[in-house]
Design a protein around this ligand. Structure first.
Ligand SMILES: *Cc1c(COP(=O)(O)O)cnc(C)c1O
Length: 438
């Protein structure tokens, strides 16, 4: 039996918590993000006979959570959460360039992995006698849809999604408002920042907390980040089995949750080589790598909107892993891509490979294009594809000159009737809604 695993705040305060406790807590009390106290070490041989994503995930996550109350249920949890395909599509006969498609889940973006794992974990951690749990999510787009889908119709759990009225795309709005049942969609008369502020105010309002048992499903939750390491493990093991070489990943990045999952998988010993962070015009991270100075700033709007982040929350986890900027530079590289380059890459991706890329995936493709020829030719490069292009038809279709076929899962979702309640951007309005359907 190994030492019990635990998780501590990236800011260092407090005793280590179990995985379940860290997951229920969300953000650490000192404002930090939970990180492992130690890195389990796994060799490729530890995954012998495990090829499917759930089989790899159970071994990988299991190594982090030994002794936790969720551990015995982990194989069942990951089998249920990761029940859709995750193909790695080769773009060259020698398999030196491929695309890892993370968009075959219910809402057609990689956030389904974390949201579905978290939902399964919350369901299992609840006792039947517990008060109903209300999950509050403020969303500017993708997260709310993935979380709503993952928690839809789960007994004893209610989801309240807050989005800025009129400020999300029509496709996103449909995904936020098509659920019903235990999901309440609130169109807030305000901005995304107002939505986030309301959620924070609700959490510290004693009267409200007295009545309602509140939790969050933010992307900083450990229960969303750690499960994402599974697809990096599975893809790198596949490359290693076929070619005896490490896989290098190019990750479209905003808040760095997806990228950290990749770095954590490498830290544990999986056969992962280079990790490249592909950012849009929000250059906070590439600038930090270049200068060593951390200068967060307001975000700017780009075509790859799910990565419009000026102050990436998971930076705390990245700096906890590699505190010295000089060391960090040897471990990851980062680049910044303009909207024009994204458009050009979507066009070329279709001409050259017959691929239809969403703007986020195209950012990764552009980052690959910029690598020195020798680096490209010597590596096993995997572009991480974070969303299905059908979520961005207004951008992709004019560039490739054809309609993007809509996958069945999205089609089903688009066919559902939508409903939302409009509220003002003050806590009293949110409170009233929570009381009503509490
Ligand atoms: C959220 C998101 C990203 C950015 O992921 P982070 O974990 O925030 O870095 C990239 N692409 C898509 C489609 C997303 O939804």
């Amino acid at each position: 039996m190994s030492a019990t695993s635990g998780f501590v705040s990236s800011r260092g305060a407090g005793d280590p918590l179990s995985f379940s406790a860290a997951l229920l807590q969300g953000l650490a009390p000192d404002g930090g993000l939970y990180i492992p106290t130690r890195w389990p070490q796994l060799a490729s041989a530890d995954f012998a006979g495990r090829q499917s994503l759930p089989a790899v995930a159970a071994r990988l996550i299991g190594a982090f959570i030994s002794g936790d109350r969720l551990a015995p249920q982990l194989p069942e949890l990951v089998a249920e959460a990761f029940d859709f395909p995750v193909p790695r599509v080769s773009l060259s006969p020698d398999d030196r360039l491929s695309v890892l498609e993370l968009f075959h889940g219910p809402t057609a973006a990689f956030k389904d992995f974390g949201a579905r794992f978290l939902a399964g974990a919350f369901s299992r951690l609840r006792e039947p006698s517990d008060k109903p749990l209300t999950i509050l999510v403020a969303t500017s787009g993708d997260t709310g849809g993935a979380v709503a889908a993952a928690f839809h119709r789960r007994p004893g759990i209610r989801v309240v999604v807050l989005f800025p009225k009129g400020l999300v795309s029509p496709t996103q709005e449909r995904q936020l408002t098509c659920w019903g049942d235990n999901v309440t969609s609130l169109a807030v008369r305000g901005t995304f920042d107002d939505c986030q502020r309301l959620v924070k105010e609700a959490f510290v309002d004693e009267a409200l907390r007295e009545r309602t048992s509140l939790s969050s499903a933010n992307s900083i939750n450990l229960g969303r980040l750690l499960p994402q390491s599974s697809y990096y493990a599975a893809a790198s093991l596949e490359v290693f089995r076929h070619h005896g070489e490490k896989a290098s990943f190019i990750v479209p990045s905003g808040n760095l949750g997806n990228a950290l999952a990749c770095l954590w998988a490498r830290e544990v010993g999986l056969p992962i080589g280079e990790v490249v962070l592909a950012h849009n015009l929000n250059r906070t991270v590439p600038d930090y790598l270049a200068s060593g100075e951390w200068r967060p700033r307001p975000s700017v709007a780009t075509l790859a909107s799910a990565m419009d982040v000026g102050n990436p929350s998971n930076m705390e986890r990245l700096r906890a892993l590699f505190p010295d900027p000089a060391v960090l530079r040897t471990q990851v590289t980062a680049c910044s891509v303009t909207d024009e380059e994204i458009c050009a890459r979507i066009r070329i991706g279709y001409e050259q490979y017959g691929q239809m890329w969403c703007p986020h995936t195209a950012t990764a493709a552009e980052a690959w294009e910029r690598l020195p020829e020798a680096v490209r030719a010597g590596g096993r490069w995997v572009l991480v594809s974070t969303a299905h292009p059908a979520k961005f038809p207004e951008i992709v279709e004019p560039l490739i000159g054809r309609k993007v076929p809509v996958p069945a899962s999205l089609e089903a979702l688009f066919a559902r009737p939508t409903h939302s309640t409009e509220i003002g951007a003050e806590l009293a309005s949110l409170s009233a809604v929570l009381k009503e359907n509490g």
